[in-house]
Design a protein around this ligand. Structure first.
Ligand code: PEP
Ligand code: MN
Length: 267
């Protein structure tokens, strides 16, 4: 890999500095935006816990075509209204560049999902906008391919890229993916870009999300993105991996000693 680290990129979104060595960013919210009531029910407790960045999918890349596909533009408007109410920033996934202009109106950070990490045409379009991009590692992408995908965005004019380790597909079947946490310190050696971890998609199992969050903090990640739903059992996607607000609160509390031990504060 040839990308050389000459500086550290720090990206500020809604007051949260991602990439700053002294802070750890928390992004939380449901897998998908389902309704205004559902978004309010989760944003309210998250805001109370100090979470400043809200996630939620409006364009859902689902494996099966007969499952919930997302509320699309209507969903974006819902999330923005709710986020404004609680003074939160918003991140959502783009699956097709034809929606990019609309998505940019309603979001503070644009997510490229694992399935689109090497959609080079989309990456080039994302290079033309100014919004920060959350680039998730592809299901079977190497670290080199992840960094080169980031280069597509950067070399087309947008330097604001945050990488995300969200697990890769291996022979292991007990977890949804294999969360490759060594990616974090390695990316820190190879690149100036911030990197966060997604322990929700990385494991697909509620019980593993807290231990993997602690591990992400300990290995030097710049933040985590975690799926949280007021009523996970009723969730229209990824019901098995979404935490309740109480479970998430406990995760934050239990992660704090590790945060302190490495001299970071949670944002
Ligand atoms: C998501 O974060 O909503 C998502 C679909 O994740 P991934 O692209 O990592 O599978
Ligand atoms: Mn999900």
């Amino acid at each position: 890999m040839t990308i050389k680290k000459k500086f550290t990129t720090v990206i500020k979104i809604n007051g949260v500095k991602i990439g700053d060595p002294k802070t750890f960013a928390i992004i939380a919210g449901p897998c998908a935006i389902e309704s205004e009531k559902q978004m309010d029910a989760i944003a309210k407790p998250l805001a109370k816990m100090g979470v400043k960045l809200l996630r939620g999918g409006a364009f859902k890349p689902r494996t099966a075509p007969n499952t919930f596909q997302g509320l699309e533009l209507e969903g974006l408007k819902i999330m923005k209204r709710v986020a404004n109410k609680y003074k939160m920033g918003v991140v959502t996934e783009v699956t097709d560049s034809k929606f990019l202009d609309e998505i940019c109106k309603y979001t503070d950070m644009v997510q490229v999902g694992a399935r689109n990490m090497q959609n080079f045409q989309l990456l080039k379009e994302l290079g033309k906008i100014k919004k920060p991009i959350l680039l998730k590692r592809g299901l079977s992408a190497t670290i080199e391919e992840l960094l080169l995908a980031a280069e597509y965005i950067i070399s087309n004019g947008n330097p604001n890229v945050i990488l995300c380790e969200r697990g890769i597909r291996t022979f292991e079947k007990e977890t949804r993916n294999t969360l490759a946490l060594a990616t974090v310190p390695l990316v820190k050696e190879l690149s100036h870009l911030p990197i966060i971890v997604d322990p929700s998609h990385g494991t697909g199992k509620k019980s593993l999300i807290e231990p993997m969050t602690k591990a992400a903090i300990a290995c030097g990640a710049d933040g985590v993105i975690i799926e949280v739903h007021a009523n996970p059992k009723e969730a229209l996607s990824d019901a098995q991996q979404q935490l309740t607000p109480d479970e998430f609160k406990k995760l934050l509390k239990n992660s704090n000693p590790i945060m302190k031990a490495i001299g970071k504060t949670m944002q």
